[in-house]
Design a protein around this ligand. Structure first.
Ligand code: G3I
Length: 380
């Protein structure tokens, strides 16, 4: 073989190697966690069937796709601490073990909320409201016990959940009525005391609406000024096809970032069904009667809406990526469409399509779109 031929063959081999390497590196990632690696972790809220291994299909998706988990219900007060002296740690222990097995970023949800908290917390033996000191002690004991048990294992806690009304004022919850405004700072202090390393979040929905956003900004500003250990704001992200606009989402994240806190998108889902409430909300107490007009896709989602949902997801993930310096996590509120709370809220028994995996666990167009947004950023 002549030197020239050898050189030509060498060059051809090199070219082939470059093509192979390029193909390998430009190949689209197959998982959400891979697509957003280096930007933020991508999580899912998981339910009891997934925690206990009964939902094998769901578990396979969670293990393959996500690098963070949130407990959809098992760590809420009424579940983990149903009676004054009874804690139910069986499911929460399994939840944390699940996250550790998969080396995930584990979230705790939620410590102080007006919903899913048993009536006894606020009442004495005669049924009257307890006094401030008693309630503070109960709050302290609860936080100390629950956060303390998972110290160093749950990396981030939603400490105070949904303390604001839609107009940005403080919700008249029993916490506020009995303790006063400083119940919020006390909750953060107790959580910090129980696990000084944990990230501590104020978590709420509809923070993109101006009045509520202003209320939340004022609250965070005040907490930061007082040295309260709040590290992040959870923008829940119970979104629709139109609301919030990408500009609004962008501006909302920027506004919180300016206060020196991290931002997490803590409960993302995008509803394609007609809005059944007057206002954009995720208030779990809302109930609306059944009406076929509110359930238009009971027999399947038209391709055009699938595509609209995919574009919407891509647009929102584009905004989150733009803010990757402050957005540390994006968590989907459920795994497949069949799991979503949206099927039963605010109208019971609707067929909703808010997540990235369909009812049979297959990735939707929206999944591909989200993967592509992450992958494109990596190759830019
Ligand atoms: O587990 C019981 C079951 O035993 C019983 O037969 C059945 C009868 O209705 O209820 C089941 O519990 C339900 C539970 O979800 C588990 O499916 C509760 O009734 C129901 O109220 C509860 O809804 C949860 C909702 O919070 C209420 O707190 C949703 O799953 C959960 O996704 C939702 O999550 C909230 C966040 O914590 C805070 N932000 C808003 C978000 C969406 O509402």
């Amino acid at each position: 073989m002549s030197t020239r031929t050898r050189k030509q063959l060498g060059l051809a081999a090199l070219a082939a190697l470059i093509v192979t390497l390029t193909a390998a590196t430009t190949q689209e990632p197959t998982s959400l966690k891979e697509a957003y690696k280096g930007a933020f972790v991508v999580g899912a809220a998981i339910n009891a069937a997934q925690i206990t291994g009964q939902d094998r299909r769901g578990d396979a998706i969670i293990g393959e796709q996500f690098d963070s988990i949130s407990p959809e219900n098992v760590l809420k007060w009424e579940r983990v601490h149903p009676e004054p002296v009874t804690y139910a740690f069986d499911l929460p222990d399994q939840y944390v073990a699940f996250g550790e097995k998969h080396h995930m970023f584990i979230v705790g949800h939620c410590l102080v909320w007006h919903s899913q908290v048993p009536a006894w917390v606020f009442r004495d033996d005669k049924g009257n409201f307890v006094d401030r000191d008693t309630l503070l002690k109960r709050m302290h004991d609860h936080i100390q016990t629950v956060v303390g048990r998972y110290k160093g294992r749950i990396q981030s806690w939603d400490v105070v959940n949904e303390a604001l009304n839609e107009d940005g004022t403080l919700r008249q919850s029993p916490w506020l009525k009995i303790i006063g405004e400083d119940y919020i700072e006390k909750a953060f202090q107790y959580a910090h005391e129980a696990d000084p390393q944990a990230q501590l979040t104020y978590n709420d929905y509809s923070l993109e609406n101006e009045a509520k956003r202003n209320g939340a900004l004022a609250l965070i500003k005040k907490l930061k000024a007082e040295g309260v250990p709040v590290t992040s704001v959870g923008i829940q992200g119970h979104d629709g096809l139109q609301w919030p606009s990408v500009e609004n989402e962008d501006a909302t994240i920027s506004a919180f970032a300016k206060l020196g806190v991290k931002v997490v998108i803590s409960e993302l889902d995008i509803d394609v069904l007609p809005q059944a409430t007057k206002q954009q909300t995720a208030d779990v107490s809302m109930k609306v009667g059944q009406d076929p007009k509110l359930n238009p896709y009971a027999n399947g989602l038209p391709q055009s809406v699938q595509e609209e949902l995919a574009k919407r997801y891509a647009d929102l993930f584009g905004v989150y990526l733009k803010h990757r310096d402050v957005v540390t996590r994006v968590t989907l509120w459920g795994v497949t469409d069949a799991d979503s709370w949206r099927n039963d809220w605010p109208v019971k028994g609707r067929t909703s399509y808010p997540l990235l995996f369909d009812r049979s666990g297959q990735p939707k167009l929206a999944f591909q779109a989200v993967i592509r947004v992450g992958a494109n950023t990596k190759t830019e």
